[in-house]
Write a protein that binds this ligand. Sequence first.
Ligand code: ATP
Length: 382
Amino acid sequence: MAAIDMKNIVKKYGDGFPAVNDVSIDVQDGEFMILVGPSGCGKSTLLRMIVGLEDITSGDMVIGDRKVNDLAPKDRNLAMVFQNYALYPHLTVYENIAFPLRLAKTDDKTVDEKVRAASKTLELDEHLDRKPANLSGGQRQRVAMGRAIVRDADAFLFDEPLSNLDAKLRGQMRSEIARLQKKLGITTVYVTHDQTEAMTLGDRVAVLKRGILQQLATPRELYDNPGNLFVAGFIGSPPMNFLPAKVEGTSVELPFGKVEISAEKAERAAGRGLLIAGIRPESFEDASVVDASRKGSTFRAKIDVVEWLGNTAYAYIPFEAPPEVLEQLQQLERDLDGETLRTQLVVSLDGSSRVAEGDDAEIWVDTSKMHLFDPATGENLT
Ligand code: ATP
């Protein structure tokens, strides 16, 4: 196994905008690293540069203690697991797993030992005589991983392995990959555009936008402390709400009225004029079901729509934003490949709430969870 150290990696195709622009990511030995971002952010290009399928324009790619910039893919000792698993339909599970060893002209005894050991780890030992067509999606995925294991590869690389599957199977395979990666403890780099996959699989997640690394952090850190508006909007479902906000002293004027924030937060956002407040749906609640001892602010708002889901409900409250905030939110939507402009507040309520459509409801908000973003740079000031 090995660490993968990407240092100031740049990739230019022709003389256009760099597809990957000065990206540095240190994947630790045994770590599960996710590269995530919307279409065209450069995540696949970055993965292809790790494997050696793409030249590096500048910067250093270091695997273990070797700089591999000029090393052929076959000499990098990495195992790529593809979307369709690239299994040979006419070969048995045994021969599919053995394939790289046969290519390397390994003797039969060693092949047998390695295939049996890998299939035991992957719980495939009962299916060694089957053909891929007679396996479940999960089993096929394991065969593909088995092929990587017998090679004693230094790292696994996945490029959107689950994107062709339906939602249920995707969920199952996700937990399967997570379980196997932990069991094998093998350094893994995994590309996806799906933030849920990124959050549930990654030890750490690298968020990319137009070739530039936006933030490299644990899923929790990305969720709780997004570095900028883009990361805040990309991570989380339903997404974070963005509202125009004016800070005066320790009070913040939102479209629904004033709420109070801590002096510490207020200081960091002082003297900045109009800002964008970011508040996740779950930081709100129906004020009537909140314990009176919980710290927070309340405001009244007219409820447009309520979606009741049993243990939770989403209430939608439209608001108006001034042009300078709208412009920034429109740009954000384009960056996120979004379709609709979020000019309605989404509030997550406890399932026991009786708030209904058309109500003028009292809504509670935990302002300690409020972020304040600079509308010009998108930077999180808090
Ligand atoms: P997707 O999820 O759509 O695959 P991605 O985030 O993986 O996107 P890349 O495929 O790495 O993005 O592409 C990054 C940028 O580089 C895009 O603007 C793309 O058009 C461009 N690009 C990728 N491959 C080439 C190529 N061979 N020649 C020219 N431009 C390319």
